[in-house]
Write a protein that binds this ligand. Structure first.
Ligand code: MN
Length: 588
């Protein structure tokens, strides 16, 4: 008997889902589960765009910031943009540069080097900008935690406008304007904007004030928005939809060269392309090379130069991938020595600091435990924290604050630095933090190795129509995840291991006389291979892509189980007794 490898969390049945125009009952059930009640509400979600954007004036200090930028433009001041070395921070810089260029201004830009300078403002970098003539610095995706550096900028004779989406910590920087939707006194209705989303809002407002326009602002901001895992609801969803439309038609040589290498259909980039191919390439520059490589590509207008930079970035991306794979293997081996369900701390000074966040993410996915990984940079340690949903990474670092030099982040991800001598104390303090964190006796630890199934789908409903309906709900992302289907009623026609190392399982599944393709990437070596003829329940997503130029429908399988062994047995029995239950019941 082949049992499920992971825990399958089935959705509650919905006895009588509302109907939605253009959607069959299975997807209507899914929509009802996601809180949609009627066509009007769904329509607003599906068509999110220009009309869904809030007035930027609702954001505290936005008008002050825009007034100051306009004054700088009128006086001919030198403006500098200070960014961050991740894709959100880099694309935010590019948004500002494109907007200011369209007003005839070439700003200075400074994106710190991950290794040499680290995250956020630095006095050294500010001094260089001042020496280059800057009198106004606009930060992107950083700055809220830099009260000291903002003070230093003031003494150097520069005004600072902070634009950031990170949580304010202790002291608010005394900047000319602090634009951060998370400011306690900010009433902005959407807290999910990323650094690039914020840059898009402010730069667009600046252009609206001055009667200017710049191409690709939304397109570039969409890359940062997706890279930073913004929920695909609310304003971020609108920015991504606007941006994808813009990228499809962009004539900017750098963007075209990047999309040619990373989008499945370069003339029609998808949110998935941005998440899995575009953003990782941009991030690779900041991780193991210099952010400027990706920024210059995004800005490039000459096709030959764009090709050259894109090729260089591609090589960096390939190198980053190889480095990540070997480091993940080593980290997994080290993590295996720490038993239990609690937080894990790993340090290896040979690891490349720029990829630690990726490594921690992989470990969380595999182990379902909070992870802190660190490596030496000069005479201190730098590290990343990633955590399952029940563990607040930034607050966990806050709890270890006395041992840290720097810290910051979000619920799911954080970064920190500390003296090498404090490592042992930090590691034991972090590993001793409870789950959930902050402690909540009423809540069980989140089992991130469980599969949260969105829809139990009898195989009769599998088909192109369903794939089209699901595709029309894209872009998917956090807060609106790609629906996970549990497909019942298929039999195995063929199952075999594929890939250079036999890592993946390719399945051909039979429904009557029809055959469907399915693929289970990364099937562990000890996982039993189903035999031909076996009735198999599959959990996965339905994807429609091009294979050798032809449209292909395929299930991307995350787990499978012999029909008699999966939880769905109970659900089928319920269905047999009380037809029809919320889940569509098998037609055969
Ligand atoms: Mn960000």
């Amino acid at each position: 008997m082949i049992l499920p490898r992971l825990e399958w969390l089935l959705p509650e049945p919905i006895p009588d889902p509302p109907s939605f125009a253009g959607f069959g009952r299975p997807v209507a059930t899914l929509l009802a589960r996601r809180g949609f009640r009627d066509d009007e509400q769904l329509g607003r979600f599906l068509t999110a765009g220009e009309a869904s954007l809030h007035d930027v004036a609702l954001m505290a200090d936005a008008d002050v910031a825009l007034d100051r930028i306009e004054r700088a433009i009128e006086r001919g001041e030198r403006i500098a943009i200070w960014g961050d070395y991740d894709a959100d921070g880099m694309t935010a810089v590019v948004v500002w540069v494109l907007a200011l260029r369209s007003l005839g201004i070439e700003p200075l830009r400074h994106v710190p080097s991950r290794l040499a300078e680290g995250y956020g403002l630095s006095v050294g970098g500010l001094e260089r900008l001042r020496a280059a003539g800057a009198t106004l610095v606009i930060t992107c995706d950083c700055g809220i935690a830099n009260a000291v550096e903002v003070e230093a900028a003031r003494h150097l004779g520069m005004d600072v406008i902070v634009t950031d989406h990170h949580l304010p910590g202790g002291v608010m920087p005394r900047a000319v304007a602090v634009v951060d939707p998370h400011r306690p006194d900010c009433a902005y209705p959407d807290l999910d904007l990323t650094g690039a989303g914020l840059a898009f809002k402010l730069a667009s407002a600046l252009l609206a004030r001055r009667g200017g326009a710049a191409a690709d602002l939304a397109g570039v901001a969409a890359i940062g928005t997706i890279a930073d895992m913004a929920p695909m609801t609310g304003e971020s969803r609108a920015i991504v939809r606007l941006g994808l439309a813009e990228l499809a038609g962009t004539t900017r040589a750098g963007l075209r060269a990047l999309l040619a290498r990373s989008a499945e259909v370069p003339s029609q980039p998808s949110a998935r392309d941005l998440a899995y191919a575009v953003a990782p390439r941009i991030n690779a520059a900041g991780r193991i090379s210099e952010a400027e490589l990706a920024i210059s590509l995004l800005l490039e207008e000459d096709p030959a130069t764009a090709e050259r930079i894109a090729a260089e970035l591609e090589a960096v991306h390939v190198e980053r991938r190889a480095l990540t794979a070997t480091t993940v293997d080593a980290a997994m081996a080290a993590a295996a020595e720490q038993a239990g369900e609690g937080p894990i701390c790993l340090r290896n000074d040979a690891w490349a600091p720029g990829i630690l966040g990726l490594v921690a993410t992989r470990l969380v996915e595999s182990l379902g435990r909070p992870i802190a990984v660190a490596a030496a940079v000069d005479d201190e340690l730098r590290g990343s924290v990633r955590a399952p949903a029940d563990f607040h990474a930034a607050l966990a670092l806050e709890a270890c604050a006395p041992l840290l030099l720097k810290r910051g982040g979000h619920p799911g991800a954080g970064g920190f630095s500390l003296r090498a001598g404090d490592w042992d104390a930090f590691a034991s303090a972090f590993a001793a933090l409870p789950r959930p964190f902050p402690a909540d006796p009423g809540r069980a630890p989140e089992r991130s190795l469980a599969l949260r199934i969105d829809l139990v789908l009898p195989a009769a409903h599998l088909g192109w129509g369903l794939a089209e309906e699901l595709e029309s709900l894209a872009p998917y992302g956090p807060g609106h995840v790609e629906p996970l289907l549990a497909v019942t009623g298929l039999r195995v026609a063929e199952a075999r291991r594929v890939g250079a190392a036999g890592d993946h399982l390719a399945l051909r599944m039979r429904r009557g006389t029809e055959v469907f393709d399915a693929i289970a990437f990364g099937t562990p070596p000890d996982r039993p291979i189903p035999e031909a003829g076996m009735a198999l329940d599959l959990v996965g997503t339905l994807e429609r892509d091009l294979f050798q130029g032809l449209p292909r429908l395929r299930l991307r399988v995350l787990d499978y189980a012999e029909s008699g062994a999966s939880l769905l047995v109970g659900r089928r029995l319920v269905g047999a007794v009380a037809l029809p239950v919320g889940e569509v019941v098998a037609a055969r």
